[in-house]
Structures are given as C-alpha cells and as structure tokens.
Design a protein around this ligand. Structure first.
Ligand SMILES: C[S@@+](CC[C@H](N)C(=O)[O-])C[C@H]1O[C@@H](n2cnc3c(N)ncnc32)[C@H](O)[C@@H]1O
Length: 229
C-alpha cells in the first residue's frame, strides 16, 4: 500500500482543504487538452477536497476520481451526490477500478506523495486506461530544486522522502521529487509534448524561499499512427 494514511488525518483535522480550482490545472487543461464534449472522460488521480471538480463539471465532461482518504471522499459524496459512483476511495497505485477508457488523466500533486516504485506501477495502469492519443497532465510535481527535497527522512530512493514535521509537507507522509531525467524515465512509454520547470523566488514574506515544480503533458502514442516522411 503506497497511500499515506496521514492524508486522512489531515482532512479529519480540517487542514489541507483546498477548494478553488488550481490555476495551472485550468490553464494546462484548456491549452493542451480542451475536453469539452459530453462523452469525454476525465480521471483525476487524488481529488483531495475536490478543488478541481467544479472546473471539470463546468466543461460538461464525464469526471471520475480515485482518492485514498475515505473521510474526504464521504464529504465529496455529500457535496457532489451525482458523482457518488465516480469518486471512489482507493489506492490509485494499486488499481484504477473503472472499466472505462479515458481521454484525459490529470494529477495535481497526488502521485507526488508516493514512492518511485508505486509511481511506476500507477503509470503502467494509467497507460492501460488511456485511449490512444489520450493525455496525462501532471501539475505541481515537486522538483529536486525544491528546498524541502533535502529535508524529511530518506525513503525508498533519492527521489522519495517522508516524515516532515515542518513546512509545506508537514504530516503528509511521503513526498516525491523529480528532475528532468527522472520524469523522462518515469514516462518513457509516453511522448512528453510539453514540460515546464516552474521556479518561483519568493520576495515577501520569507525572502529567498524557492518553490520549484514541474508541469507537463504526456501523450499515450497511437499504435496506428503512420509516420509519412
Ligand atoms: C496535495 S493533495 C492534492 C489534491 C488535489 N489533486 C488538488 O489539486 O487539490 C494529494 C491528494 O492525493 C491523495 N493521494 C496520495 N496518494 C494516493 C494514492 N496512492 N491513492 C489515492 N489517493 C492518494 C491524498 O489523499 C490527497 O488527497
């Protein structure tokens, strides 16, 4: 089991409750995928408190999610009763329990709370569940340039850490950091069509604080595509 149970504790303590759509999710989805038909299926890995759900509902697409925290899932069922069968509690690194194939799979900072081996396993499931030419959009995948990549306790490999007691990652279990080579390796079966390294230098408050994340689009190649030269 890769899911860190600390997330359930965070939500029970009413912390980490982001409820507004993340701007990079909105801009990446609209710029690089633009799903807008009623038959378009979108899966979000780890919806958390549901910040991105109203955005996808607004697009009129079929929204699905797997989220590890049962307590936040129960709250989402109350808030979005129409999605009761489409938001399921589970570990997305172990199973994606929907029979459907997806046009778009989105992950904002969810797989990044798992080990490298679990991420590998999940991306294999993602690959199987995407339609040919289907897209995976990764937003806010923590960079090895993030100052916290040196904090916490080392876990499975150089990319995974855990047991933070201070800062952004306090009490959320595992945190996974990536560099470009690691992302290319993780997504070697996909075609990465855009990858951006977003580095923010805070000036006020905490001048000098660096926030560093990756945003990217990975496409499942279409085996029927013929390259005409
Ligand atoms: C930082 S929150 C992001 C939530 C949401 N994507 C957002 O943008 O607001 C990470 C979420 O991923 C979930 N998560 C992490 N690993 C998971 C796993 N292996 N299976 C299911 N959910 C997981 C956590 O429970 C948490 O809700």
């Amino acid at each position: 089991m890769s899911f860190s149970k600390e997330w359930d504790e965070r939500y029970n303590a009413n912390t980490n409750l982001s409820i507004w759509p993340w701007s990079d999710v909105v801009s990446y989805v609209m710029r690089y995928a633009r799903p807008n038909t009623a038959d378009c299926r979108v899966l979000e890995l780890g919806c958390g408190a549901g910040a991105n759900i109203p955005f996808f509902q607004n697009l009129g697409v079929q929204y699905y999610s797997i989220e590890g925290s049962i307590s936040i899932v129960e709250r989402l069922w109350e808030r979005f009763p129409a999605l009761k069968d489409r938001i399921v509690a589970g570990d997305f690194t172990a199973d994606i329990p929907f029979p459907e194939q997806f046009d778009l799979i989105v992950d904002r900072s969810s797989l990044t709370h798992n080990t490298t081996s679990a991420i590998h396993g999940c991306l294999e499931l993602v690959y199987q569940k995407l339609k040919p030419n289907g897209k995976f959009i990764g937003i806010d995948w923590f960079s090895t340039l993030h100052p916290d990549s040196k904090n916490g306790v080392p876990d499975e490999d150089i990319y995974t850490r855990r047991d933070y007691t201070h800062g952004q990652f306090a009490h959320v279990g595992r945190v996974h950091f990536s560099d470009k080579a690691h992302l290319l390796e993780l997504f070697s079966k996909f075609e990465i069509t855009i990858m951006e390294h977003k580095i923010i230098q805070r000036e006020i408050p905490e001048a000098g604080l660096t926030l560093a994340v990756w945003n990217f689009v990975a496409v499942k190649p279409n085996p029927l595509r013929i390259n005409i030269k």
